[in-house]
Design a protein around this ligand. Structure first.
Ligand code: FES
Length: 330
């Protein structure tokens, strides 16, 4: 069972235009579970929504967690709720920190690309690099200077940070130019909105596999081919498993049909099986389920190439079977 935490909102403060910073502490004042840069919390909001927010604080600070939340006007309601209703003194239930966007400490250097509120996990990574004296640079794009979280601290590092503000440049960041000169052995970490992710993907397509890591806010419609590409040559062609198949639940011996157009998660729910979930888009790993037998068409954005190749688990909210029968450890 995943560890759950009850945290108190110790502070809510404006970090930039439409960005608030939540400071979360244990009510007892005890040290919080450790985390590494790139980690996030799954937060259960009092209105029933479950959302994931990256930790942006220094990993050595165990007395609190800081998460930055940008107000997404066209989002699914989590950020609006936090901006309107979450106040100091409230309690929030969260997961312990989880990390699907971990830094590879073996890299020779780090190139960070952040767009908008995508700066939050990158901010924690920057603090780690500074503390460990690791070479790094950051390209940080935002719609305006006023909307750039952590601008005041990052501007103190002009040799390392390249800002791009759309309103001051009459346009979007030239990602190709910004990423020119990436050295062999350097790794690129990108977190931001879909157009930025797409531009980074295109600008780095020639680099060796494993050089670039992405953190997605939402599932970008055009990212799936890349997820497959990262899975290596054994990955299924797009659409290979769109049809119907059957799942066997090994623990109960039940067999269920998964029709085309329905997810395994939907079928399980329809038959009364409670599987934990959050994003339902293959982003959060909450619904990860062990595979006993079968070959899977992974459609998530969180498994690494090695994990895909090992074929030991799948995200039942999006992934499908490549064979008529998939046996799950449920
Ligand atoms: S519910 Fe988030 S990955 Fe399946």
């Amino acid at each position: 069972m995943t560890e759950r935490l009850t945290l108190q909102v110790a502070d809510v403060r404006a970090e930039a235009r439409d960005v608030v910073l939540l400071e979360l502490r244990a009510a007892s004042g005890a040290a919080l579970p450790p985390f590494e840069p790139g980690a996030h919390l799954e937060v259960e909001l009092p209105n029933g929504l479950v959302r994931h927010y990256s930790l942006c604080s220094d990993w050595r600070e165990r007395e609190h967690y800081l998460v930055g939340v940008g107000r997404a006007l066209n989002g699914r309601g989590g950020s609006q709720y936090i901006h309107q209703h979450v106040r100091r003194g409230m309690s929030l239930k969260t997961s312990a920190p989880r990390n699907h966007f971990a830094l590879d400490a073996r890299a020779r250097g780090f190139v960070f690309v952040a767009g908008g509120i995508g700066i939050t996990p990158i901010h924690a990574m920057v603090q780690w690099c500074e503390a460990k004296r690791q070479p790094w640079r950051l390209v940080y794009a935002a719609r305006s200077r006023q909307r750039a979280a952590f601008y005041e601290t990052l501007r103190e590092l002009p040799d390392r940070v390249q800002f791009h503000f759309d309103d001051e440049n009459a346009g979007l960041l030239d990602v190709g130019a910004a990423l020119a000169g990436v050295e062999p052995g350097e790794q690129i970490y990108c977190c931001g909105p879909a157009p930025l992710v797409k531009a980074v993907r295109e600008a780095t397509a020639h680099l060796p596999e494993g050089t670039v890591k992405f953190e997605f806010f939402t599932a970008p419609a055009d990212a799936r081919p890349q997820a497959r590409q990262e899975a290596g040559p054994a990955a299924a062609p797009v659409g290979a498993a769109d049809g119907a198949f059957r799942i066997e639940l090994r623990r109960s011996g039940k067999c269920l049909d998964v029709p085309a157009g329905q997810s395994i998660l939907e079928v399980l729910e329809r038959h009364g099986h409670e599987v934990p979930f959050s994003c339902r888009e293959g982003l959060c790993r909450t619904c990860e389920t062990p595979i006993v037998e079968g070959a899977c068409d992974h459609r998530d954005y969180v498994l690494s190439s090695d994990e895909r190749a090992a074929g030991k688990s799948l995200m039942v909210c999006v992934s499908r079977s490549l064979q008529p029968l998939l046996v799950l450890d449920l």
